[in-house]
Ligand binder design. Structure first.
Ligand code: C2E
Ligand code: CA
Ligand code: CA
Length: 357
């Protein structure tokens, strides 16, 4: 909406627009009913003020649009005032988007792999594939910088298919070379789960590279399971019937319960690294982690602790019966050649340091 009023000071303008936007957010946030079902609508508001944010209506509306996207990014149900830096951010974003569009075809994406180890017998169980973007100007870009954008724009679907193919291809290469890496985990995003073709893509790719589905561990987050369980639970069932293994990623950060887990044939559960990081501090976490480990054990689900960085964390987790771990303590994400050296080395540095053995 656009409204015109005469104010004697900027302060008055800000006060009036703040009050109005708060009112709008609150009114729209009220539930409404259709056939006795409760519905909610959220609103995101971008605010521009004449003349400082634009001297004509086109500029004002365009900049309000930019501010509205910031409100959406910040969690919706709120308003944001336009400021000049938003333009820079919007430009950077659209530039990044167009560069990301061609990243696959230009061969700029690559995978690094991080080991998951069993600290009791020193075995490397599998590696998790983690996406990287070798950007011509910015260097190696980590997924936190671009996966969100890829998800919003839908680009994660072709990128995710590339990941699936790359993982199968790498397993085949290692199979042929006799490298003892027999399974890889990959991360799926919600957008991929929503696509009808996911099962077909997975089926076709494992067949193309003569990979057994049990060599692929599909990581999905708890929040993905919760977002649309009616759709996701049957899909995961199909995938696990096909033989793919499922891992529940970032466990503890979402709102799922062990009850919901029992509907899905999850093979492993990854305790989020934010919990592991707090293990040595006093507080609830030191109780939550053993509870998760104990419940998972009852359900026959393997537990992997992620983000393990110190020997004290290793000791704590092992005492609680969690023997599968992943984190910088055991190895950083590395390229395929480094993985081969890692798997072939007799003793890893963490074993020399004495963790678990
Ligand atoms: P994630 O699945 O939780 O992956 C683990 C992240 O934790 C990785 O960051 C890894 O480098 C980091 N990490 C591992 N050990 C430690 C540790 O000891 N300490 C700390 N502080 N961090 C550790 P990365 O590679 O930057 O990936 C970030 C996130 O990006 C991933 O979180 C995952 O959600 C997403 N992602 C990565 N690859 C893909 C992909 O192929 N597809 C999709 N959809 N998402 C991906
Ligand atoms: Ca993961
Ligand atoms: Ca994780």
């Amino acid at each position: 909406c656009c409204f015109q009023t005469d104010f004697s000071s900027d302060k008055q303008v800000l006060q009036a627009t703040s009050e109005l936007s708060k009112k709008l957010v609150n009114i729209i946030a009220q539930p409404f009913y259709i056939d006795s079902l409760e519905f909610y609508v959220s609103v995101s508001i971008g605010i521009t003020v004449f003349p400082q944010d634009g001297n004509n209506i086109d500029f004002l509306v365009r900049n309000a649009d930019i501010a509205m996207y910031h409100a959406k990014d910040k969690g919706r149900n709120r308003s944001e005032y336009y400021h000049a830096r938003m333009n820079e951010i919007a430009e950077k974003r659209s530039r990044m988007e167009s560069e990301l569009r061609t990243a696959v075809s230009r061969g700029q994406l690559l995978l690094h792999y991080q080991p998951v180890v069993d600290v009791v017998n020193g075995e490397v169980m599998w590696f998790e594939a983690l996406l990287r973007w070798q950007h011509p100007r910015l260097g190696l870009v980590l997924p936190d910088e671009f996966v969100g954008l890829a998800e919003e724009t839908g680009l994660i679907v072709p990128i995710g298919e590339w990941v699936i193919e790359q993982v199968c291809r790498q397993l085949q290469v290692w199979q042929h070379k006799g490298v003892a890496i027999h399974a890889l985990a990959l991360n799926l995003s919600m957008r991929q789960l929503e696509r009808i073709g996911l099962v077909a893509v997975l089926d076709r790719t494992v067949a193309d590279y003569a990979i057994d589905p049990s060599q692929i561990i599909l990581e999905i987050t708890e929040s993905m399971l919760m977002q649309d369980p009616e759709r996701t639970v049957p899909l995961l069932k199909i995938l696990s019937e096909r033989g793919f293994r499922l891992a529940m990623d970032d466990f503890g950060t979402g709102y799922s319960s062990f009850g919901q887990l029992s509907y899905v044939d999850v093979n492993s559960l990854k305790i989020d690294r934010s919990f592991v990081a707090q293990l040595e501090k006093e507080g609830n976490v030191a109780c939550i982690v053993p509870a998760i480990i104990g419940m998972a054990r009852e359900m026959g689900i393997r537990v992997v602790a992620e983000g393990v960085e110190t020997s004290a964390q290793v000791e704590f987790l092992q005492k609680q019966g969690c023997n599968l771990m992943q984190g910088y303590y055991f190895g950083f994400p590395m390229d395929a050649a480094e993985c081969e050296r890692y798997i072939e080395s007799d003793k890893h540095t963490w074993q020399i340091r004495g963790a678990g053995l």
